[in-house]
Design a protein around this ligand. Structure first.
Ligand code: F6P
Length: 547
């Protein structure tokens, strides 16, 4: 049993941090850099193929020491031990959170490795062209049908790694994703595909999510029509559907054949599930060796997180920096800005990981909190964001924290071709822009020539804090380390705030109300007790549908 924390007795450390922030508010990042040439040396961590530069955060040594002390006071060591011991850290659902166990080495978690082996057999059959459609064709297209954690993680990682070479002698199928419940994605994907050569992965931890079940049903009807088979046809199900879930009973009831079922467990949260068979699209992209390399990178980060002192600990420092920005500098938002287009889907993945985990306002004990938790997180590929919302970062009225991501090595494998030389030039251009933006945001106009007087509309206030993360290169291993770092960062923040990051009750309520609304849409005049706005909107839609 994990003891709870007294979140409302705000500690003296909390007051000291508040005072420290008040004193340091006037400090400008340009002053911090001018006063201390060693600032980078003291504010960076280099581990597991990642370098994190925190020196452009508006944080003094004193603030950092106080934050580290706060982590101690909040019993971070105890909570990390509880997480890694498999204690019931998810108190509202009475469950452990053992996503880290999915990347343990063989011998530690036999059931995990059994499923990995089953996954490997399927991956082999598909990549070698041995998995056949009902009419004997090899599979050319795989569609992942899932939503939330059953979509965002595999989509992000498969997209990030798709430039790596497919495993030798194997033909990688095209991978598609369909998540949205309105059918817009599934209908578009199906238009382009041939039912004879298409395999669907129905990915859902619960196997009850209506979004996924409706998309899967549409796909099944499309297959039945296209192949001239019955909706209930066993051969259709055997040749064209794989199911991935923690609910084998529901999978079987839907029609997934026992041999086509991959399982994971209740103790893996949906947004932490890409390490399980939910990661099948990733394995189909990089092969099983690549997938295992990603697990290995994540495992290295688990070990780093468990063993390093807080000041040298990547996830812990990332979490403490965020706590400083949110609770003490009162910065309400964070932009995630990858300068490597392969990380295009990272912002959306992090939006779920962080906001669904830590978007909470009561403590573990159910008491309301009187301090902020997760900020608004959003993002975009950095170079594109420069032409979209960077104006607000540079000259808007709000303080915003930024997280820049870049890769040190890219396009290095084939530097002999002309195209590779040009692309390497583009890589350098992107990295130069990344460094330029974080410098300008930090120093403001003090990064420019001081002799040039600027009119008010051209002035740069600066002092927008940022962290820069540099990956040695984007490989399955470094990606695994990066994602595990974010997972642990979310947990560390939850420990500081005294909240449960592993449930999502706010989302559950919306699902229930949507079921009632379906009835209202069918008969808007018979909706007793409904608010005036919802009823009027339902009536309006009904009128428009009839006209
Ligand atoms: O949005 C709520 C949620 O439960 C997420 O946490 C989860 O990733 C998503 O729905 C999908 O759930 P499932 O994998 O059970 O279909």
């Amino acid at each position: 049993m994990v003891p709870d924390q007294d979140v409302l007795s705000i500690s003296s450390l909390w007051s000291q941090l508040t005072q420290c922030a008040a004193q340091e508010k006037a400090l400008h990042l340009a002053d911090l850099f001018e006063a201390d040439e060693q600032r980078f040396e003291r504010f960076n961590i280099d581990a597991c193929g990642l370098l994190a530069d925190f020196s452009k955060q508006r944080m003094s040594d004193e603030a950092r020491d106080l934050l580290v002390a706060l982590a101690e006071e909040r019993q971070l060591r105890h909570w990390l031990d509880a997480l890694f011991d498999g204690a019931e850290v998810n108190c509202t659902e009475g469950r452990a959170a053992k996503h880290w166990c999915l990347r343990e080495e063989a011998g530690h978690a036999p059931q995990v490795h059994e499923q990995l082996d089953a996954m490997e057999r399927m991956v082999e059959r598909i990549l070698k062209g041995h998995w056949r459609g009902v009419l004997g064709d090899a599979i050319t297209d795989v569609v992942n049908v899932g939503v939330g954690g059953s979509d965002l993680g595999p989509l992000m990682a498969a997209f990030a790694l798709q430039c790596s070479l497919p495993p030798e002698g194997q033909a990688r199928p095209r991978i598609h994703f369909a998540s949205s419940m309105d059918g817009s994605q599934v209908s578009q994907v199906l238009q382009e595909l041939n039912p004879r050569t298409t395999l669907f992965l129905v990915s859902s931890k619960s196997f009850t999510t209506v979004d996924t079940l409706h998309n899967a049903k549409t796909a099944r009807q499309w297959l039945a029509r296209g192949l001239g088979l019955d909706y209930a046809s066993e051969s259709l199900l055997r040749c064209h559907f794989i199911g991935i879930s923690a609910n084998p009973r529901r999978m079987a009831e839907w029609g997934i054949m026992p041999a086509n079922q991959l399982q994971f467990w209740d103790w893996v949260g949906g947004r932490y599930s890409l390490w399980s068979a939910i990661g099948l699209p990733i394995a189909l992209t990089v092969g099983m060796d690549g997938f295992r390399e990603m697990l290995g990178g994540a495992h290295a980060m688990d070990l780093h997180c468990r063993s390093m002192p807080w000041q040298k600990n990547l996830p812990v420092m990332l979490a403490l920096v965020d706590v400083w920005n949110i609770n003490f500098l009162k910065i309400p938002a964070r932009a995630v800005l990858p300068y490597d287009g392969r990380l295009k889907h990272l912002p959306a993945y992090l939006e779920q990981l962080e906001m669904e985990s830590n978007g909470k306002s009561v403590s573990r004990a159910g008491e309301p909190l009187d301090y902020d938790t997760c900020p608004v997180i959003w993002g975009e590929v950095g170079p594109n964001a420069q032409h979209a919302f960077f104006q607000l970062l540079h000259q808007g009225t709000q303080p915003i924290a930024c997280e820049f991501l870049m890769t040190a090595r890219r396009y290095t494998e084939d530097m002999h071709s002309d195209a590779a030389v040009e692309l390497e030039g583009q890589h350098a251009l992107a990295n130069a822009n990344c460094l330029a933006q974080s410098r300008l945001l930090a120093l403001g106009e003090r990064a420019l020539d001081p002799k040039v007087a600027l009119p008010a509309y051209k002035r740069y206030r600066g002092n927008q804090p940022s962290t820069t993360l540099v990956l040695d290169e984007l490989s399955p291993g470094t990606l695994g380390a990066l994602l595990a770092m974010y997972e642990h960062k979310v947990f560390v923040q939850a420990v500081i705030w005294g909240i449960n990051p592993f449930d999502q009750w706010g989302v559950e309520m919306g699902k229930l109300i949507a079921t009632d609304m379906l009835a209202v849409l069918t008969d808007p005049d018979n909706a007793e007790g409904l608010d005036a706005s919802s009823q009027a909107l339902a009536r309006h839609i009904a009128r428009k549908q009839k006209s």
